[in-house]
Ligand binder design. Structure first.
Ligand SMILES: NC(=O)C1=CN([C@@H]2O[C@H](COP(=O)(O)OP(=O)(O)OC[C@H]3O[C@@H](n4cnc5c(N)ncnc54)[C@H](OP(=O)(O)O)[C@@H]3O)[C@@H](O)[C@H]2O)C=CC1
Ligand SMILES: CCCCCCCCCCCCCCCC(=O)[C@@H](N)CO
Length: 335
């Protein structure tokens, strides 16, 4: 009774969705899934070649003729880049709009995309003391500002045009609920996404826009392979074997869509993230009062045990090796 899970289920069929980071990993899987459910899709990312390949895959997943798939190359770090990409997506969609004969409202002229998924992001793990100002700023740019910029562009466009029913989906991470050794360049930006989601969920009610945030654990994506190249072994030890515990991009996309269909505000697709969610609810709507308290209770017991006996224990055990490895204090850990 406290969950506000409404009866209106979100349906991708006939909608136009814009997906940032749509050329790879989660974004691409989501694009394929939504296309297979009848949505038209705009993919946005920087690299044109990967966009073209992705576009072909998403086209192959389409089910109904009025559907269209378009790919836009843009760097979404700047607000201007986001605004331009959204405007392009809107204009190009109008060109696909069904002509007189069609009764399908897949893409009425100059309609802002019905939903915007902010999947662009990347982690560059490493030791806090070894990473540079550039890397920290790059983390905020890639993981926070791409999402803040696209949400801003979409909210403005919805509000100015009077288009209601818009949807903004932000992608955070389990690391948006908690922080872990090796992720100081990334996790703060994912916490910022959570804060942004709270503000936007609240404010964008003014314009009839719904806001959701997704908190995935490890996704077995190209991005994950890349981040593992710089990830400290200690971090791997604590976060666990991704190949074993991680989910495929397709499984994540499916779980995210299921959460949207249930109108959940914070969405997770694995039990660990669900425990952290239930332990960090804040002021937004939960996913069911009783289950949230029950999971919060399990988290209240399990998380400190995990921290003390697993995470912090491994970190303390690693001190000597760490000083040696990095040649700190002449390679000797002080007592
Ligand atoms: N992989 C994981 O274990 C986890 C990932 N996440 C989050 O999920 C999301 C998807 O991750 P994943 O599938 O691994 O990502 P991938 O690295 O596989 O794909 C990232 C996508 O983002 C695009 N992108 C990156 N930077 C920009 C930019 N400045 N402007 C426009 N597009 C950009 C990339 O294209 P291009 O480079 O061509 O621009 C690519 O399409 C990210 O937000 C990530 O932080 C959350 C939890 C776990
Ligand atoms: C009872 C409680 C048990 C708790 C166990 C917790 C284990 C820690 C899991 C941390 C996993 C981090 C996944 C997100 C990774 C991510 O966002 C990056 N890969 C970036 O792409």
């Amino acid at each position: 009774m406290f969950s506000f899970a409404s009866t209106r289920r979100w349906q991708p069929a006939g909608k136009h969705v814009l997906i940032t980071g749509g050329s790879s990993g989660l974004g691409l899987a989501l694009a394929e899934l939504l296309a297979s459910r009848g949505a038209s899709v705009t993919l946005v990312a920087r690299n044109q070649e990967r966009l073209d390949q992705a576009k072909a895959r998403v086209q192959a997943a389409c089910i109904a003729p009025p559907q269209f798939v378009q790919a836009i190359s843009a760097d979404l770090v700047s607000f201007a880049g986001c605004q331009k990409a959204l405007a392009q997506a809107t204009e190009q969609a109008a060109a696909h709009a069904p002509t007189s004969a069609s009764t399908d409202a897949a893409a009425p002229a100059h309609r802002v995309p019905d939903a915007v998924f902010c999947c662009a992001g990347a982690a560059r793990p490493g030791w806090f003391i070894e990473q540079t100002e550039h890397m920290f700023r790059e983390g905020m740019d890639t993981d926070y500002f791409t999402a803040a910029g696209m949400s801003h562009a979409a909210a403005q466009a919805y509000a100015k045009s009077g288009q209601t029913g818009g949807k903004i989906v932000l992608v955070s991470s389990t690391l948006g609920f908690m922080g872990l050794v090796g992720y100081s360049q990334y996790s703060p930006a994912k916490h910022a996404i959570k804060g942004l989601a709270d503000c936007l969920r609240s404010e964008l009610q003014l314009y009839g826009i719904s806001v959701h945030a997704y908190f995935p654990g490890t996704i077995l994506s190209p991005g994950y392979t890349r981040e593992n190249e710089t990830k400290p072994k200690l971090t791997v030890q604590i976060e666990g074997d991704g190949e074993k515990d991680g989910l495929s991009p397709a499984a994540c996309a499916k779980g995210l869509l299921r959460g949207l269909e249930k109108n959940q505000y914070f969405i997770t697709t694995d039990f660990q993230s669900e425990l952290f969610r239930a332990s960090a609810l804040g002021s937004g709507p939960g996913n069911g009062w009783l289950m949230d308290r029950l999971k919060g209770f399990i988290g209240a017991i399990g998380i400190p045990l995990w921290r003390i006996f697993e995470a912090d224990a491994l970190i303390k055990k690693h001190r000597a090796e760490h000083y040696r490895e990095l040649g700190l204090n002449g390679g000797v850990a002080p007592r």
